[in-house]
Design a protein around this ligand. Structure first.
Ligand code: HEM
Length: 543
């Protein structure tokens, strides 16, 4: 188990007293804040979600307050409270708090008023309001639940290529997952597939997303220290370069995605794809070019690293818990057989496979603190506690999915939790049994796309391969560490080796046949991007 760095009862204060309309009200309990720095000094160096889980246990309170400088932040550590606050009170809790590092210093900004002096540019960070509604609506036109069924054909073909590629270069399985995830959103957005694992859009975007994910985790070092001392963000980067180090180059992503969008639009303005829809809607919503860039870029930014990281977690679970595989193989062999891979039509009969996928989403959810924080649009009273307007309110998904009451022995990968009538099943505040995609009106816009793609790919990989721990030179299994994950708020397993063994010659023949066919079917999306070549060449020269 990961050790919690510094949780002892001695600092705990009774809940803070805050004046509200002249009356005293209590905020959820938390450690005693110091003047100016609040509790920032208590933050661990990495992965604060373990710390907040422990703090919540020590305080015997699922909801706790932790002061970042002079701002209270609220951490929700169980499913019941997350549902009560972020879902049942979604009309209040659907904004974002002020985010100095992730929004202001990266130039995404947050205002939901298009005429504001500094208008917001990105749905992910935007405050709740009219402009957010426009961005959300446009995003749903691209990847909403109604739309994503239309993408099943090419999503399935790209997923077939994962199995096909793993046959030839299994050691590059991570790159195959990343190519798949990037290609699906690239076809949706730009009508152009990503055919090679060497395509810089994969390596660049995933690297940028991993970096951005680190900028979102509360911390006590720069740049995250700007959240504790927001006034320092106004200092000049040329005078204090070391504190701004690590923020990346501003506007780089924006220019890149706008160039890609414009190129796709100019190539064929009548072709059905998301960026063409955006250009069509541009006059109606008075969309600025940078809004087009962010809407198009979010497909990659929010949708490729998350989807591929989920598949890496799935692979780790297979290596660490081989005892769950025979039962899922029995089901897949009975329902699907060896001569074709699983399809969506099989889904109603693949009950254990579906439970397996749900357990992948729960066991090590990629967005481990639920993505960006929520914030109430007005002061709120809940369970006798006062939560002020604008409070940084974060669902600690690690803690929520790790709660012994809901998920006994939570680190064990156990699909039975999701089988009806199983003694391991427990009630949960929502039907899905996980909170991997966030809450309320802010719930992930790409959830439908991610869920359908993860189902078909996990089902196919289980059908195709026995995924096991790698062997060392003496033929002994190399252990895997189920706690060895990256530090960002979208985490993924640290690199590990594994073995993919095709389950039968018939299955191998089916993977080969389907892979060749998929390549043919996908060829309509083949094509080069000059804008991308130019951009990466220019960047190389600059570096
Ligand atoms: C396994 C894959 C994915 C996971 C686990 C995931 C998870 C999340 C989470 C936790 C949030 C924050 C929700 C909240 O604030 O309550 C979020 C937001 C978002 N996601 Fe995803 N996501 C995934 C894939 C995708 C895909 C494929 C897309 C689009 C193609 C996408 C687009 C977005 C957008 C645009 C938002 C911001 C919504 C808003 O602020 O209103 N995500 N996602």
């Amino acid at each position: 188990m990961p050790a919690c760095s510094a949780c002892t009862g001695e600092w705990f204060a009774s809940p803070q007293v805050v004046k509200q309309d002249g009356a005293d009200s209590l905020q959820p309990p938390g450690p005693m804040p110091w003047p100016i720095i609040g509790n920032t000094h208590l933050l661990p160096k990495v992965k604060p979600w373990y710390y907040f889980e422990q703090l919540s246990k020590d305080l015997r309170s699922p909801v706790i307050t932790f002061w970042i400088g002079r701002n209270p932040t609220v951490w929700i550590n169980d499913a019941q409270s997350a549902s009560e606050l972020l879902e049942k009170k979604a009309a209040i809790y659907s904004s974002r708090p002020r985010m100095v590092v992730f929004a202001e210093l990266t130039d995404m900004q947050q205002s939901s008023d298009p005429n504001a002096k500094v208008p917001g540019t990105n749905l992910v960070t935007m405050f709740y309001g009219e402009r957010w509604r426009v961005h959300r609506k446009l995003t749903h036109q691209g990847v909403g639940l109604q739309q994503v069924r239309r993408y099943r054909g090419f999503q399935n073909d790209e997923s077939k290529l994962i199995a096909y590629d793993i046959l030839r270069s299994p050691e590059q399985y991570v790159a195959h997952y990343e190519r798949y995830a990037a290609s699906v959103v690239s076809i949706i957005g730009f009508n152009r597939r990503v055919s090679s694992i060497e395509d810089p859009i994969i390596t660049e975007v995933i690297a940028v997303m991993q970096k951005a994910a680190e900028l979102n985790v509360p911390g006590k070092e720069f740049p995250m220290l700007f959240e504790t001392f927001p006034w320092m963000a106004r200092l000049s980067p040329s005078l204090f370069p070391w504190i701004f180090k690590g923020l990346g180059r501003r506007r780089r992503g924006r220019d890149f995605f706008y160039a890609l969008a414009k190129e796709a639009h100019e190539k064929d303005p009548d072709q059905s794809c998301y960026v063409n829809d955006l250009f069509k809607e541009q006059p109606k919503y008075n969309l600025r070019n940078q809004e087009i860039a962010s809407l198009a870029g979010n497909l990659f930014g929010a949708g490729s690293d998350t989807s591929s990281s989920t598949l890496i977690t799935f692979t780790l679970a297979c290596c660490a818990f081989p005892e769950v595989l025979p039962r899922v193989w029995e089901e897949l062999d009975r329902v699907v057989g060896p001569h074709r891979s699983p399809s969506w039509e099989d889904e109603p009969e693949l009950l254990y496979t579906k439970a397996f996928v749900r357990e992948v989403f729960r066991w090590r959810s990629v967005a481990i603190i639920g993505g960006q924080p929520h914030a109430p649009i007005s002061d709120d009273k809940w369970n006798g506690y006062f939560i002020p307007k604008g409070t940084w309110t974060q669902g600690n998904v690690w803690s929520i999915h790790h709660n012994e009451k809901d998920f006994p022995n939570p680190d064990r990968f156990n699909p039975d939790r999701y089988m009806k009538d199983s003694p391991d099943a427990r009630p949960f505040p929502n039907e899905k049994g996980y909170m991997t995609f966030g809450w309320g009106r802010r719930v992930c816009s790409g959830q439908g796309l991610a869920e359908q793609g993860t189902f078909i790919t996990v089902a196919r990989m289980l059908w195709a391969f026995n995924i096991q721990k790698a062997l060392d030179e003496q033929g002994k299994e190399i252990p895997v560490d189920i706690f060895s994950y990256s530090n960002g708020l979208n985490w993924r397993p640290q690199p590990f080796k594994c073995r993919f063994t095709v389950r039968s010659p018939e299955i191998r023949a089916a993977i080969e046949r389907e892979g060749r066919q998929a390549l043919q079917d996908l060829s309509e999306y083949d094509g080069e991007s000059e804008a991308m070549d130019r951009f990466f060449k220019h960047n190389k020269q600059e570096a």
